[in-house]
Design a protein around this ligand. Structure first.
Ligand code: TRP
Length: 371
């Protein structure tokens, strides 16, 4: 069987280092591994609209930002099909049929949907007016079903995502199972692939708070300049008890070390901090006392610059060639449409709603009504 990847992001903002370690870097590695027959990377604008009904222009403006981020981290349109969700209408059609295979109760139990309802301040009771809260948009409520269409339309076998997406993949698997049980073996069962490194699942913001998030203003963006990186690294949360260089320091909860865990390699030590063979030795010195935050931050800055510089250069190239980026998206969307249309042919056949191609049906009815 073909090995196919599908994954994507909602275009609600520029991508940051959290996205890079959590998903982008792995996508590029998977792309370059040559292990996959096809790779589809989707900009999920239609899904983004499910909870941004008030601000469609934000989504429209961020499609290009996400596309630039993709291309600048090294996703290669020759190897990976990058496309825009809304340009593949077959996805809506599939979702419409899948809706009959999922109950309202099952959607209500989806943990990600549940927590997003809380986060967005949607009312989950029936009398939303009295609570003065907005009700839940139907499109938002059903987006797990639409995500099942995204995955199955491309016959994806592997879906690389973060842990927050696990309930969506589970839901997709249930839909595939149900569809195949009702209509015969048609859809491909996908599996989820989580990031290996636990730091990479949840890179904290520069302030040490939970996750990097635009609203908290604690992000390092892939498009940040050298000056911005320097400023952000210098303002990073460390160990508030580590006042003097000689004081013993904590590395747990110390953002500089969390980032070093996520990004540094032994080669970085050889290049920038040869007094230590590796991160364990450096941590040991910090714990003991005698290693200043300034040195650690300088080291982290150098590492981030090493990673971000080539990304910045590719971004600069594509920023000066925006029509080319749109052309890449258009070609990708065209290819995605072809693949989705072919899956839809299979689905219609399996559901026996391909009436006009169904000679047997026409014959059967000819006989039935013939006098
Ligand atoms: N839900 C994903 C996110 O919020 C985006 C997405 C839409 C997606 N459809 C998908 C991811 C299909 C993987 C597979 O980032």
């Amino acid at each position: 069987m073909e090995k196919v990847i599908l994954t994507g992001d909602r275009p609600t903002g520029k991508l940051h280092l959290g996205h890079f370690v959590g998903s982008l870097k792995r996508r590029v590695d998977l792309q370059n591994s040559g292990e996959f027959d096809r790779i589809f990377i989707m900009i999920a604008d239609a899904q983004a609209l499910t909870d941004n009904a008030d601000n469609p222009e934000k989504i429209r403006q961020n499609i290009i930002e996400v596309a630039l981020d993709y291309l600048s981290v090294g996703l290669d349109p020759e190897k990976s099909t990058i496309f825009i969700q809304s340009q593949v209408p077959q996805l809506c059609e599939l979702a419409f049929y899948y809706m009959n295979l999922v109950t309202v109760q099952r959607l209500q139990r989806n943990p990600t949907v549940k927590s997003e309802i809380q986060m967005r301040g949607f009312s989950d009771s029936e009398d939303d007016e009295t609570q003065n809260k907005k009700g839940i948009p139907v499109g938002f409520f059903t987006y797990p079903i639409s995500q099942a269409s995204d995955i199955t339309a491309f016959k994806a076998t592997v879906v690389p995502v973060g842990i927050d997406q696990a309930p969506m993949i589970e839901q997709t698997r249930e839909i595939v199972h149900k569809f195949n049980a009702v209509y015969g073996d048609t859809l491909v069962m996908p599996t989820m692939q989580l990031p290996e490194n636990s730091v990479c699942c949840r890179l904290p913001g520069t302030d040490g708070k939970a996750k990097m998030s635009k609203s908290l203003g604690n992000c390092i963006y892939l498009s940040d300049t050298t000056k911005e990186i320097k400023k952000k690294v210098n303002s990073m949360f460390t160990d508030p008890g580590h006042l003097q260089i000689d004081d013993p320091g904590k590395v747990e909860g110390n953002v500089v070390f969390t980032y070093l865990d996520a990004f540094c390699t032994d080669e970085h030590f050889a290049k920038y901090l040869p007094e230590y063979p590796n991160l364990d030795a450096m941590k040991e010195h910090y714990r003991r006392g005698g290693l200043g935050d300034g040195t650690c931050k300088k080291f982290l800055f150098n590492i981030l610059e090493d990673i971000l510089q080539p990304i910045r250069e590719r971004r600069a190239y594509y920023e000066q060639n925006i029509p080319l980026v749109y052309e890449i998206l258009e070609k990708g969307s065209e290819k995605a449409r072809e693949v989705a249309a072919s899956t839809l042919d299979d689905v219609r056949k399996a559901m026996k709603i391909n009436y006009f191609d169904d000679k047997a049906l026409i014959e059967e009815h000819t006989r039935k009504f013939k006098k």
